[in-house]
Design a binder for this molecule. Sequence first.
Ligand SMILES: [Zn+2]
Length: 146
Amino acid sequence: MGACVKYTLKEAKVKIGKSKVEIKRALIREFNKFIRNRDGGVCISCGKACEKGDAGHFIPSTKQGTRFNEYNVNVQCVSCNRYQHGNLSGYAVGLLRKYPELINGMNVIEYLHSIKNNSVSKAEMETLLEKYKNLNKGILFSIYTK
Ligand SMILES: [Zn+2]
């Protein structure tokens, strides 16, 4: 008689691993948290203080190549992000002011456009998820030890 191996649903999930969709969902959560911690409460588009800002994209989040790029995502006030279609003219000025350095010989806006159509693999998302989980732990730790 052959051995019958039974797995619980939880064990089966561990064996299969998380799906790309699940990893992406977790990554969005950790990445946006990182952006909010990094930027504090100042809107990149209008410069106003905003206590609970959004993590707003310059190039829309539908473009995978810039979806999790730190230059492309910055805190925005709710007014700019949700009611002024991202206030992109203000966002462009804010980006050039915040990141004046050249990246691969391009200004930040040219650079983001040059990579926006890149794809991001599941393995790359897993690496990013670990990175931002760890960064968020570090940031939280430094707040609590002050
Ligand atoms: Zn704003």
